[in-house]
Write a protein that binds this ligand. Structure first.
Ligand code: MRU
Length: 363
């Protein structure tokens, strides 16, 4: 997607063809800074400290992390060490494991001399595949938005989204945002309600920034506003992303997604999940009990960072000294609350049979 008119992906090879460049997402929305990853430790740090985030981009960064590792030590021990180092970074998004397993599948049978070249090649393919998956999700989701626009006789379509499942969370296009960008490009009058997404504000700082860059009409709302908007007919559909979806269609996504799904259910608002297939965990069958939920530092809740009136980026504490804090980063929306899964192979029901039918080779 374009930043100030220049096309970017979220991850690419630097000029030497070895270092990996990313956009530091901790600096948004006030600064656009590119960071070069030179080692597997750089890649692990970028994932853990959320310079990159979003399930597909975590996977893509891990894939390149393996390539960086192979440059330094392509032995079997080096391979295992890199896998373990990257796997330990974040627990919820299953794309991380998917990408690491994929790299292992390709690299393990090779001799040490061949591993680095093969690793860069497979990492680049994983990135390209992500872009194609998201474009397909966009085309399928566009059909849903088009149907609603036709039913409303061209009147504005209002979409609610949570967190950032935009191009910054993927290699390009985004998952939840791909249908939105395509609808906008197709001339459909579309407007996005952007949940701010406390505590890290991925909606307010990332999704809003993206939509702004692309001229898509949007409004940032505090996280608790969605239910009110739905009660008043101001949301036509919700589209969110996912970090891990079980074989039966339970969906883990950023904390607060479940409450939006409950409100949507109560108000007959369609609730869609944009789901690239690497995000499906075919080994799990009960999302609430089985999906590991990341707990992050209480500082993310206790403090906020922003720009002061004189342009300085400052961090302030917003809670009383000594108050304990809980910071669960994700929650699980049961399949029964999901209207449909927008996958690269079409829009399917959130149940075991439909998922297995759409992805028979994996199920
Ligand atoms: O903690 P984050 O910012 O990595 O959480 C991201 C999300 O919850 C996204 O909605 C999800 O990864 C899907 S991204 C296409």
């Amino acid at each position: 997607m374009k930043v100030n008119g220049k096309p970017y992906r979220t991850i690419w090879l630097g000029p030497d063809g070895k270092g990996v460049e990313i956009i530091d997402q901790t600096k948004f929305p006030h600064r656009f800074e590119i960071v070069r990853l030179k080692t597997v430790d750089d890649a692990a740090h970028a994932i853990k400290d959320m310079l990159v985030r979003g399930a597909p981009l975590i996977g893509a960064t891990a894939a390149y992390g393996m390539a960086l590792a192979m440059r330094a030590d392509a032995s079997d021990a080096g391979l295992e060490r890199a896998y373990d180092r990257l796997y330990a970074t974040r627990p919820t998004a299953v794309n991380l494991r998917w990408a690491l397993d994929e790299m292992m599948r390709v690299l393990r049978p090779l001799g040490t001399q061949a591993r680095a070249v093969a690793a860069y090649k497979r990492a680049a393919e994983i990135c390209d595949e992500d872009v194609e998956i998201n474009k397909a999700i966009g085309r399928h989701g566009l059909g849903i938005i088009r149907d609603i626009a036709e039913r409303k006789a061209g009147e504005r379509v209002n979409v609610l989204t949570h967190c950032n499942a935009g191009w910054l969370a993927t290699v390009d296009w985004g998952t939840a945002t791909a249908p939105i960008y395509m609808a906008h490009e197709a001339g459909i009058d579309i407007h996005v309600w952007v949940d701010e997404t406390r505590p890290r504000n991925q909606g307010a700082s990332l999704t809003a920034w993206e939509l702004n860059q692309h001229g898509v009409p949007h409004t940032i709302i505090p996280d608790n506003t969605g239910g009110h908007l739905m009660q008043h007919g101001m949301v036509d559909l919700a589209i969110v992303g996912t970090d891990r979806t079980t074989a039966n269609g339970d969906v883990a996504n950023k904390i607060g997604t479940y409450l939006k799904a409950l409100a949507a259910h109560d108000n007959n608002v369609p609730f869609y999940v944009a789901l690239p297939s690497p995000t499906i965990d075919f080994g799990l069958h009960d999302g609430v009990r089985e999906i590991p939920i990341e707990q992050r530092s209480g500082d993310e809740v206790a403090k906020m960072t922003g720009r002061t009136a004189d342009g300085v980026i400052a961090t302030v504490t917003i809670i009383p000294d000594g108050s304990p804090v809980a910071n669960y980063a994700f929650d699980v929306t049961p399949a029964r609350l999901v209207t449909g899964l927008i996958t690269e192979r079409g829009v399917i029901a959130a149940n075991r049979e439909a998922i297995r039918k759409a992805f028979p080779e994996r199920g």
